[in-house]
Design a protein around this ligand. Structure first.
Ligand SMILES: [Ca+2]
Ligand SMILES: [Ca+2]
Length: 164
């Protein structure tokens, strides 16, 4: 009988692929598949090689997670005109935060933040800035001021919303 061998092959695993060439295996991580692993997470990818005589051998690869930064999306600027006293002048936009790491679930929680010329309410990812007309009456046509409100997500990510 011929001596058994492990023939050259490439096997797809859960987080990458293993290539066997002349008895030497190389495991290459697929970044797309592995990025959901967070900073303190590890996963084991078990690849089974089968020899020509049917002998099987598992190769266990431990993949350690790396933290990916969270991403904020939405509307971060707004332009409103001051209103007369007693008017309600407001502008709205959305804000959201995502993180590919499965153990990171940041969010912007509901809050109300007092600014210099009004206040911003955040409810379920929608912010509404309402002008305090008492503080803006001194603005003449053509005058513009900026109010910068900083929203902080649960993971510490800051996002400014700038209202003119
Ligand atoms: Ca990751
Ligand atoms: Ca992360």
């Amino acid at each position: 009988a011929e001596a058994p061998v492990f023939e050259n092959t490439t096997i797809e695993g859960e987080y990458g692929s293993l290539t066997l060439v002349d008895g030497e295996w190389t495991y290459t991580v697929d970044t797309e598949k592995a990025q959901s692993l967070g900073e303190d997470q590890t996963a084991t990818d078990t690849i089974t090689l089968t020899a020509t005589d049917g002998t099987t051998q598992n190769i266990d690869i431990t993949v350690s997670g790396v933290d990916e930064a969270s991403e904020v999306s939405g509307v971060f600027t707004g332009v409103v005109n001051e209103g007369d006293l007693g008017d309600t002048v407001s502008i709205s936009g959305s804000i959201s935060i995502t993180d590919v790491d499965s153990d990171d679930t940041p969010e912007f929680q509901d809050t109300t933040i007092q600014g210099q010329y009004g206040s911003l309410d955040l409810v379920d990812g929608v912010w509404t800035y309402t002008v305090d007309n008492e503080k803006t009456q001194e603005l003449d046509t053509g005058n513009s001021v900026k109010d910068t409100i900083t929203l902080t997500a649960t993971d510490g990510t800051n996002q400014d919303v700038v209202i003119s």
